[in-house]
Design a protein around this ligand. Structure first.
Ligand code: M6R
Length: 616
């Protein structure tokens, strides 16, 4: 949530800052702004409520000139998304400016103290206190030391932050700080850069420094970067990562929007993930960092995540119990963190699933499980993310940058990653022999082509999307693993079309949600050829009897279902019913996109949301 970029060097700062903000806009898009240090020695700020594209237009007129600057794209937490709350924020002297990602929990108390001491505030944000604290520290005994001033300010903060700070009296310098919110820095012959994640830097360098919590860095225009710890000692070997993403992976590449592009990338993402995983004795998953006997002794698996990734956990739970016969449980991280009691055994494996690797609740859950002595395994998409760094083992799903706020390719790749994990556990504890593993691996390898087949049928989704034209609500139903597909399908349509959708286990429908149904009410039923099929067909009939118009996701050849419903979204047959969610959801992603586009929505940047939820 919120994206930060900074640059100091020999080039003009604004082009990189604006391009960087566009790359980071998935993190929040309520307002955007920048501050550049002008050649006349003053700060030149441009900031507005609205998208980065609006800031780009304003900058064409305002023309901020200067070779050092910081910039920000905001997802509002404290203070409405308006011009005055847009970052960066200045101190009273207007010589210091800061951008911030995170939440300053004690800002009210600090603001009161600062106001009592004569500071004047111009915004309602928590961030502005940082600018005033740096102002006070800058006047202190170590005047001229920007990073010391920022360190001093941070010592008074409680909460989470990634901060970039610029001062008109420290030309050519940017001080940055990290505590809880991600921040990377990089150096080239042209200068030094800072960003919330590696994406704005991917076209500039392949090597970045990843600041750890409580670290600071001073960026200088000659490209020097010095990292400090919280006591002010220099850190000689800061953590670095090599970016192996092609910068073009984060561009539209001819697609109308990122959602369309990312849906289309699913088959290749799964193929990449599966490649070379079948070993002579089980699945190769060295990333788990557990020896065979340790794997064999795992007696409980705890899966934790938020949002779409929590749907991965729900299905993974079934895979693990069905294939590895290990008791598995899942939890929303935001709920888990406040459970009064967490029951783990000495051999409990904790799996966190997080596309971004930065979801605050999921990270907190992982830390809690680690403190309880569990081995924590992260399934994530983002290289070098906090989850990847803090976990004991990490499996990168390698789906490539996911820019659209609505998760699509990361969801299906994470499902496949969890299937691999289930097979590893099954082989290690002897509940599956090598033939069984090979058969399941073969079943997984059929998924990319099955998804490609769904793409060829996307006209079915387009036709079915017409059913949502006159409705403000809908019901998504399924059973077993596809009860979760119903939840995920409903979440997709809610978040990008702003239509209410209720995802529900089909068998539970008559315990309440059936009351929603009236003439013409859209119901999406996931009813593949599986053990739950006939039961779900009965539920479809109950809906139709009450006037619902049903869209069914059904397996090729199911004329029985086709004869009853308005539209069928056909999926090819798959040998394993537990893998159907990976294919069925693709129809529901495409359907949601068509419905949203028909309503004129920005499918990549739905209102009120941010891709990376780095606050609790
Ligand atoms: O990055 P994470 O997987 O941890 O994100 C969790 C959720 O915020 C995320 O899945 C969210 O629900 C998606 N926008 C849904 O499409």
């Amino acid at each position: 949530m919120c994206g930060i970029v900074g640059y100091t060097g020999t080039n003009q700062a604004s082009p990189f800052l604006l391009k960087g903000l566009q790359t980071l806009e998935y993190r929040g898009y309520d307002s955007a702004g920048l501050e550049v240090l002008s050649p006349d020695g003053a700060l030149h700020g441009v900031k507005y409520a609205g998208r980065v594209s609006a800031l780009v237009e304003r900058c064409k007129v305002a023309n901020p000139v200067g070779t050092s600057g910081i910039a920000h794209t905001r997802w509002a937490t404290h203070g409405a998304p308006n011009d005055k709350n847009a970052h960066p924020h200045r101190d009273c002297s207007e010589r210091i400016a800061v951008t911030h990602n995170g939440i300053i929990e004690n800002f009210r108390e600090l603001k009161a103290q600062l106001m009592a001491a004569g500071h004047e505030f111009t915004s309602e944000t928590d961030t502005e206190v940082i600018a005033h604290l740096v102002e006070d520290a800058w006047k202190g005994p170590r005047k001229g030391d920007l990073v010391a001033a920022l360190r001093n300010a941070c010592s008074r903060l409680k909460g989470s932050w990634a901060i970039a700070c610029i001062c008109a009296d420290a030309p050519g310098q940017i001080a940055v700080a990290r505590n809880g919110s991600p921040l990377v820095v990089a150096s080239t012959a042209d200068g030094a850069y800072a960003a919330s994640d590696v994406m704005p830097l991917a076209s500039i360098t392949s090597h970045v420094i990843q600041l750890a919590n409580s670290q600071f860095a001073l960026l200088e225009s000659n490209g020097t970067i010095t990292v400090y710890d919280e006591t002010g000692d220099m850190v000689r070997d800061p953590s670095t990562i090599d970016i192996d993403w092609d910068a073009s992976a984060a561009t539209l590449g001819g697609h109308a929007d990122f959602m369309e592009k990312e849906i289309a990338e699913q088959p290749e993402a799964i193929e990449r993930l599966l490649q070379g995983r079948l070993g002579e004795d089980g699945i190769r998953l060295d990333e788990l960092r557990l020896a065979r006997d340790e794997l064999a002794s795992i007696d409980r698996v705890f899966l934790i995540a938020c949002g779409t990734s929590s749907h991965v956990c729900q299905i993974a739970r079934t895979m693990i119990e069905s294939w590895a016969k290990v008791p598995a449980t899942w939890a929303y991280a935001s709920e888990f963190n406040y459970e009064p009691e967490v029951l783990v055994t000495p051999n409990t494996l904790c799996v966190i699933v997080t596309q971004s690797g930065e979801t605050a609740d999921t990270l907190a859950a992982a830390r809690r499980m680690k403190a309880l002595g569990c081995h924590v395994f992260a399934v994530t998409n983002v290289l070098g993310s906090t989850a990847a760094r803090e976990a004991d083992g990490v499996l990168y799903v390698q789906a490539g940058p996911e820019v659209c706020v609505a998760s699509t390719k990361a969801y299906t790749a994470q499902l496949v990653a969890c299937a691999l994990l289930a097979l590893v556990l099954a082989r290690a504890n002897g509940t599956m022999d090598q033939n069984g593993v090979a058969r399941h691996y073969h079943d997984l390898s059929l998924l990319p082509d099955a998804i490609r087949e769904v793409f060829r049928r996307s006209w079915q989704d387009k036709q079915a999307s017409a059913l949502f034209r006159r409705s403000s609500s809908s019901l998504y139903l399924g059973r077993g693993v596809n009860a979760t597909t119903a939840l995920e399908g409903a979440l997709k349509i809610k978040e990008i079309s702003y239509l209410h959708a209720e995802g529900y286990p089909a068998g539970e429908m008559k315990h309440g949600p059936i009351a929603l149904i009236e003439q013409g009410f859209p119901v999406v039923a996931i009813v593949p050829a599986d053990r739950w099929h006939d039961k779900t067909v009965s539920n479809i009939q109950e809906c139709i009897a009450r006037g619902a118009h049903v869209i069914a996701v059904a397996t090729d050849g199911d004329e029985g279902v086709a004869s009853q419903v308005e539209h069928v979204l056909w999926i090819p047959p798959l040998p394993d019913e537990l893998l159907v969610p990976v294919v069925a959801i693709v129809h529901l992603q495409i359907l949601a996109r068509f419905v949203a586009l028909a309503r004129g929505r920005d499918v990549d940047k739905p209102r009120n949301l941010a891709k990376s939820v780095t606050v609790e």
